[in-house]
Every structure is written in structure tokens, then in C-alpha cells.
Design a protein around this ligand. Structure first.
Ligand code: DON
Length: 578
């Protein structure tokens, strides 16, 4: 039986006040597993952290707009979901105001001033001070607030301070996340990680259990400085000093001047069309928006739904081919647009159509033939995405990250937060492009103060000028294809958002030349998988792929929040009698 027939649909939820529920699931069937849903006309927040979603919802309820709520969620997750929520990393916040252009507050980390194209050698580890880029989150959240916020800045940081001071409730995902990082053998007997152990270890030395409380007093003090002074509380003064000292003790590169020089940017969102929908995404230095537009515009030309089901051989094959081409273009052309020229051609329908013409309907393409071999570094699975809409029609789609889970695993002594290892997103070894190794193309080589190429893909879709979908995901390069999988399900096949989020996702990143499919071993897809194999796709199973905390807004203005089952997403809607 096809996936789409089995699940219960959103329409079963009734009433206009917020109703939260978990839909039915049938045990071992991963793609009918419960997602956490809420509906509301009063505003909605969906994130991977229950307490952070509730903090965002409360900001909306007290009159804040979607950006206010997003800022509060961003800080709260730095406390409640420390493996990815952060003030020591960076990201991209897409903002769709009720009227006017969609913008991207870009707060990607920057290379330190002393970094250069040969800063890293083969075999170098990303678990080091040197792997940290200059953090962007505080500057980014501040810029978003300055441009769009309604409530006072300190009011938005305050819930995170209280959480850090009074203690975070340890639930199952948090217990497992902290216990896992502390047990990593590579961290043992290495005093660079002493602060991680001191700050996140349970005081009695045992494992964290559900129901315990984690106190983070140093982080509370750092957040208090940020609440009082804005970015100056982080990029200058005692916190900046602590970061610079941490670096100089361990051959890290970030200096006080680098911190002072950091700035976030207010950029135009990338924009593409898919049928009657406008798709907005993160521009360079992310590749997310550009790749999504290329792939979706290619797919539109194949008229997917008119020919076959969502999880048919034909649709999965064509999606794989569109992904292959989009990732090829990524490697060839994308990097930080403040340092390299990026042709606006990439975002034109003609460009996508020309790529679509290269696709064979009955045979897998060959990535090595497509261009010289430029293999891709594997990335880990830890970033986090949250989506917010308010009652006035403003929407925020925010993805931010430390790169790996817990970044470089280094906590700044005395400042209480984890640093990213985002320098790994640059092409470390220029020109080195072997089949198993790293990508070495020029656009993404290291330069001082350049931003490394990202795959983060916060996405907003509008129809007739009104937001209808907000989505995004963690997952390294799979992020882009998680978003594409959801867009195809929801926009092309018109699956309700809960089904679009639940369903199996696929991923192709050009090289390695493999197509991964979450449903690979699932009996429902056996025949389609056999056909994919037959036409030359090398199939692998990647499971789970991403975690897309998403919101759809229906034509009556009701927001449907869907928390992804893959990473305990939680949707919190504002109670409303409208
Ligand atoms: O910005 C990027 O492309 C990545 N470094 C994001 C890393 C990531 O998503 C890891 N896991 N979820």
C-alpha cells in the first residue's frame, strides 16, 4: 500500500482554538510514526525543543511578532538543545513580513583574519580550536531584532537566562545527547575538553537521567551580558576576552579583532517559482536557496504528478537527477558572494530547463562524466531548524548550527558555551579532488574573513503573496534534499504537511554517486527500488534523514505546526478565539 493512503489527515483536528495531538502510528512503521501537531490562528512555533517552542509561543502571546519569537527561541535553544542550538555558531534567518520582500538575515561564521587557503592540511581534525569560525548567532539575532522586532531585546533574551540559571529539565533526547558527547573516546584524557566535562557533566559523575536538572550558570552570565549590552556583550569586553584567551591557549585563530570585525548581513532571499508558488531561500554563502530553486524548476518541467505517484520509480528517479545536477552546480559555482562572482543565471528558469534536458527518463546519470571527480566530505547530522508564524502573517524560517553535534566540543572556559567547527565547510585542500576525499573547487577556498559555503536551507513559500509553508532541516548536505522532498510532497502532490514531513526522503549530492532513500528496506517501495537499481542508481539507505520542523498555513489563515518525529519536534500554538 502506498504511504499516502495509510495515515490519518490533519482535517480530523477540530475547532479553532489550539489543539495539540499526536496522530496515530502503527508501531514499527517509521513513516506513519506520530508527528507532534498543533493548529492555531494566533501564531505558531515549531522547534526541536519543547521548552524553546513554548518560550516562543509565550513571546507571541505577549504581543511579540514572529521575529521576536524567533530571537527568543534562538537563545532558548542555546540552553535547551546545546548540541546544535547555539551562541557559538551561526546560521540563516529568512523573514517574510506580512507585506514586502522576503529577506535573509545571514549570520554565517567568518574565517578568522589569520586563516588562509592552506590553513588546514590533510588529516587535520575538526575537533580543534582552529576549526572554529568567528561565531555569528548573537549578531544575527540582534540584526533581525533591530530590523523587525517589536518587543525589547532584553525581554527576548530573558527566558534563556532564566532557563540557564534555574535549570533545564533533562528529557530523553537531551540526556542521550549529553551522555553521548561526554563518552566520546576521542575526548578522553584531553584537557581541551575539560570545560565541556565540567559544564555538562553531572556533578556526581553519573550519567544524566530523564528528570534531572542541568544548571548552566556561566552561560546565564554570558546571556545576561548579551541582554544588557547587545552584541557588544559578546563581541567585546569580558566574553570576547575569554574567547580570545581560549584560542591563544590552544593554537586557535580567533582574535579579539576578529570578534570586533564580525557583522551579520541583511541580504535578499533567493527566489524561484514552482507552478503558482514563489519559493524563497537562503542566498550565498548558503547553497541551500540556489540548489532548491534549480532542482524544483527542473522538476516542474517533468510534470511529476501527471505521470506517477509520489514514491514511484519515475518521481524518485527524476528527483535524484535534479539533486545530482543542483549539487554539481553547487560545487562549481557557489561560495561567499562577497568574495566571488556568482552568476544570476543560475536562478533563471532557462538554466534549470537546460539542465532538465540532459536528464534521461530511463537511465541514471553519471556524476563522474558530468565533470571532473570532485568528491564531497561527509558531514554530520546536527544542526537545528525552527519555524515561526504570527497572527499578522509574518513568518520566520531559521536554521542555525555548530556544524557537528556539539561543534568542536570545546566550551569556552568561563563563558559556558560551545564553539562551532564550521571551518570544515570550506574546501580545506585547494585543488584536491579525489574520489574518496574532499572537494577542492576554488569558490569555497579559505580566505581571511570569508564565510564558508553552507547547505542550510530555511525556506518560505508564498502563494498569491501569502505565506503557505515554512520549512527547513538539519542534516548537512541532506538538508537541501530534505526540503526538496517536502516541497515535492506538499506543493506538487498536495499531501497534507504532516504526511509530507513523515514520508521517506531521498538524497543525491552528485558525488559520491549514490541515491539514498529512507524507505529503501520498506516493503511498500520494493518494486520502485528494484527499478531504480535497474536503471543504474546505486542505492543506499540513509535513515533517518533530517528533521523538518515545519508550518503550513491553509486558505482560512489557520497555521498547522508539524514537529518532525525524527528529532522530537514540538509544535506550540498560541491559544486564540479568532
Ligand atoms: O551549514 C552547513 O552546511 C553545515 N555545516 C550544516 C551542518 C549540519 O547540518 C550538520 N547537521 N545537521
Amino acid at each position: 500500500m502506498r504511504f499516502g493512503c495509510r495515515v490519518r489527515v490533519c482535517g480530523l483536528l477540530v475547532g479553532l482554538t489550539v489543539v495539540t495531538t499526536s496522530l496515530s502510528s502503527s508501531g514499527d512503521e517509521p513513516f506513519s510514526r506520530a508527528v507532534h501537531q498543533a493548529k492555531s490562528r494566533g501564531g505558531m512555533v515549531v522547534s526541536a525543543s519543547k521548552v524553546a517552542s513554548e518560550i516562543g509561543r509565550d513571546i507571541l502571546a505577549k504581543g511579540g511578532n514572529a521575529v521576536d519569537a524567533a530571537v527568543a527561541v534562538g537563545f532558548a535553544m542555546a540552553v535547551s538543545w546545546p548540541e546544535a542550538g547555539n551562541i557559538g555558531g551561526g546560521g540563516f534567518m529568512l523573514v517574510a513580513p506580512p507585506e514586502g520582500d522576503v529577506r535573509c538575515i545571514e549570520y554565517r561564521e567568518m574565517a578568522p583574519g589569520t586563516a588562509h587557503r592552506h590553513s588546514f592540511t590533510l588529516g587535520e581534525t575538526a575537533l580543534s580550536h582552529k576549526a572554529a569560525g568567528v561565531p555569528g548567532t548573537v549578531a544575527g539575532l540582534f540584526l533581525a531584532h533591530k530590523k523587525y522586532g517589536k518587543l525589547e531585546w532584553a525581554v527576548l533574551v530573558d527566558p534563556a537566562i532564566r532557563l540557564a540559571k534555574n535549570g533545564v529539565f533533562i528529557d530523553r533526547p537531551l540526556a542521550s545527547s549529553i551522555n553521548k558527547v561526554l563518552a566520546m573516546p576521542v575526548l578522553a584524557n584531553d584537557d581541551r575538553f575539560n570545560e565541556l566535562r565540567r559544564v555538562y557533566g553531572k556533578p556526581d559523575g553519573t550519567l544524566w537521567k530523564v528528570g534531572d536538572t542541568l544548571l548552566l550558570p556561566d552561560l546565564a552570565s554570558t546571556l545576561q551580558r548579551i541582554a544588557d549590552l547587545g552584541p557588544a556583550g559578546f563581541y567585546q569586553g569580558p566574553v570576547a576576552k575569554l574567547i580570545a584567551e581560549e584560542m591563544s591557549r590552544h593554537e586557535g585563530l580567533i582574535s579579539e579583532q576578529d570578534l570586533l570585525a564580525y557583522h551579520a548581513n541583511d541580504r535578499a532571499a533567493t527566489k524561484g517559482k514552482y507552478r503558482q508558488f514563489e519559493i524563497f531561500g537562503a542566498p550565498p554563502p548558503s547553497s541551500g536557496g540556489t540548489c532548491t530553486v534549480i532542482a524544483m524548476e527542473m522538476l516542474e518541467s517533468f510534470d511529476l504528478r501527471a505521470h506517477a505517484d509520489r514514491f514511484s520509480f519515475r518521481t524518485l528517479h527524476l528527483m535524484g537527477e535534479a539533486m545530482r545536477h543542483a549539487f554539481h552546480q553547487r560545487a562549481l559555482n557557489l561560495g561567499d558572494s562577497d568574495f566571488i562572482e556568482i552568476s544570476p543565471q543560475l536562478l533563471t528558469p532557462e538554466f534549470a530547463l537546460a539542465l532538465a534536458e540532459k536528464v534521461d527518463l530511463n537511465s541514471a546519470g553519471n556524476s563522474v562524466e558530468l565533470a571532473a571527480p570532485l568528491p564531497i566530505v561527509e558531514e554530520s547530522n546536527q544542526t537545528t531548524h525552527f519555524s515561526v508564524v504570527d497572527a499578522d502573517g509574518m513568518a520566520v524560517s531559521n536554521t542555525y548550527t555548530l556544524e557537528a553535534s556539539w561543534g568542536c566540543k570545546i566550551v569556552v572556559v568561563g563563558a559556558g558555551f560551545v564553539l562551532n567547527n564550521e571551518m570544515g565547510d570550506f574546501n580545506w585542500i585547494p585543488g584536491r579532488t579525489d574520489m574518496k576525499g574532499r572537494i577542492g573547487t576554488e569558490p569555497n577556498t579559505i580566505q581571511p574573513r570569508k564565510r564558508m559555503l553552507s547547505s542550510q536551507t530555511p525556506t518560505i513559500v508564498r502563494k498569491d503573496g501569502r505565506v503557505v509553508l515554512v520549512t527547513g532541516s538539519p542534516g548537512g548536505r541532506t538538508i537541501i534534499n530534505t526540503v526538496i522532498s517536502i516541497l515535492v510532497s506538499h506543493l506538487e502532490y498536495e499531501l497534507p504537511l504532516d504526511q509530507a514531513v513523515r514520508g521517506p526522503r531521498s538524497h543525491h549530492q552528485w558525488l559520491p554517486d549514490t541515491l539514498s532513500f529512507e524507505g529503501l528496506l520498506h516493503s511498500d517501495y520494493e518494486q520502485e527500488v528494484a527499478r531504480l537499481n535497474k536503471v543504474g542508481h546505486q542505492l543506499t539507505r540513509r535513515y533517518p534523514q533530517g528533521s523538518a520542523q515545519s508550518i503550513a498555513i491553509d486558505k482560512n489563515g489557520v497555521a498547522w505546526g508539524v514537529g518532525d518525529w525524527r528529532r522530537s519536534g514540538f509544535a506550540a500554538g498560541v491559544e486564540s478565539d479568532k
